[in-house]
Design a protein around this ligand. Structure first.
Ligand code: PMP
Length: 446
């Protein structure tokens, strides 16, 4: 038995001891190119001096002060920084320690908003199939990943799921972006009407799907139509940018590319870039004022809300991204990586789709390119790829999503924004080797 209750109880893990730019180094001196930022976290790599110094300075000055007694300068400054750059209408920030906590706060804020304004009957949530919103029970109930939900189903209630905007598998033959997004918006509207137009609280979606499908962007116009449907029935729109936010897709918030604003947005991962655990829930002025004028108190809270050192780290991360103009670099590097992936894998017999935005790119593996049939989930191809990549000094994030209730295999790439061009070649070469060796292991290369 291991003293640490690791993710897998059947596997041993190398010991990470150091970080150097985009590389993690283990206790045997092996170097791993971090092509996924862990889970789209480490956007500045593993040795950003600006952030390390900000953390050291804050720990020395004041590591932590409980939020029911004090506010702190780093928390106030980080909120100011984010709201100055947030989509229109988002006016206040609630700080937590990670993505699931940010989603929980979003759900409870939505619920409290409606009780404060005298609509307590609004209690249903609608989310999308093949989505992930976190592992705490409320966030897990919201997500539509069947595999992650299965064992906990009896505890996951109050949420229904509609189709995701997943063009590779959900778009009908010959359907245009406009027809596809209109059909999906209609499905959302029908679900609102089925549940009772004045009983739905919120619709929750990831602007670019991450942890379930490996970087699936929406088709043009989808979120505008979704926003219209939500507005028609007074339903709040919650956008979960925990993975795709904070510059990952080439704009600070992924929704900036959709031309709409949500009522609530969650962020985490790239916010603190792994230097400290931190997440946040950004809230519209409408929701803030309803609670301010109502009970004046959000019925929620965690011990580490607005942790001073975490906020100082996040502020340093975000200032560094801005000062070094790294969002432009994300767009440039992202285009370079996507082009290389298309060149290398565009005609690969087992890669059905290459997609994404900025430095948030996904590959979908299929047994047959023409029929798009997935590999047998029992083969656990994604896990075999991960192992082969690690053996070859590459971190990528393979995952089993759910296709028609079954698991499918995807690879997510979400490397740090500080890569050089030559790293892109290293990513693609190592990935190619890992995929080749994994396919050989699971199906003898056929
Ligand atoms: N929402 C999304 C969109 C995510 O991708 C994740 C994590 N993969 C979460 C929420 C949960 O975040 P955390 O693991 O930090 O709790």
């Amino acid at each position: 038995m291991s003293r640490v209750f690791h993710r897998s109880l059947r596997q041993s893990y190398p010991t990470a001891v150091a970080g150097e730019g985009p590389y993690i180094i283990d206790s045997d001196g092996r170097r791993y190119l971090d092509a996924c930022g862990g889970a789209a976290v480490s956007c500045l790599g593993h040795s950003a001096t600006e952030v390390i110094e900000a953390v050291q300075q804050q720990v020395q000055q004041l590591a932590y002060a409980h939020s029911s007694f004090f506010t702190t300068e780093p928390m106030e400054q980080l909120a100011e920084f984010l709201i100055d750059r947030a989509p229109e209408g988002l006016e206040s920030v609630y700080f937590v320690s990670g993505g699931s906590e940010a989603v929980e706060a979003a759900l409870k804020l939505a619920r409290q908003y409606f009780t404060e304004i005298g609509q307590p009957q609004r209690r249903h949530l609608i989310a999308r199939r093949q989505s992930y919103h976190g592992n705490t029970l409320g966030a897990l109930a919201t997500g539509g990943n069947l595999w992650r939900r299965a064992q906990f189903e009896p505890l996951l209630t109050g949420v229904s799921h509609v189709s995701p905007c997943y063009a590779y598998r959900e778009r009908l033959t010959g359907e245009s972006d406009d027809d596809f997004s209109t059909r999906l918006a209609k499905e959302l509207e029908d679900e609102i009407l089925r549940l009772g137009a004045d009983e739905v609280m919120a619709f929750v979606a990831e602007p670019v799907v991450g942890a379930t499908l490996g970087a699936v962007p929406p088709v043009a116009g989808y979120f505008r139509k979704v926003r219209e449907v939500c507005d028609r029935y007074g339903v709040l729109l919650i956008l979960d940018e925990v993975m795709c936010g904070m510059g990952r897709t080439g704009t600070l918030f992924a929704v900036e590319q959709e031309g709409i604003s949500p009522d609530i947005t969650t962020i985490a991962k790239g916010l603190g870039a792994g230097y400290q655990p931190i997440g946040a829930t950004l809230v519209s002025g409408k929701i803030y004022r309803a609670i301010e004028e109502g009970s004046g108190f959000f019925q929620h809270g965690h011990t580490y809300i607005g942790h001073a050192t975490a906020c100082a780290a996040a502020l340093a991360v975000q200032r560094t991204i801005e000062e070094k103009q790294l969002l432009a670099r994300v767009r440039e590097l992202g285009a370079g990586l996507e082009a290389r992936l298309r060149e290398r894998f565009g005609a690969h017999p087992h890669i059905g789709d290459i997609r994404g935005r900025g430095l948030f790119l996904g590959l979908e593996l299929v047994r047959d390119r023409d029929t798009r049939v997935a590999f047998d989930p029992a083969l656990k191809l994604h896990a075999v790829i991960k192992k082969a990549a690690m053996a070859n000094g590459l971190m990528c994030y393979p995952m089993g999503g759910t296709i028609d209730g079954q698991r499918g295999d995807h690879i997510l790439l979400a490397p740090p924004f500080i890569l050089e061009e030559f790293h892109l070649d290293e990513v693609v070469d190592k990935l190619d080797t890992a995929i080749g060796s994994a396919l050989k292991t699971v199906c003898g290369g056929n």
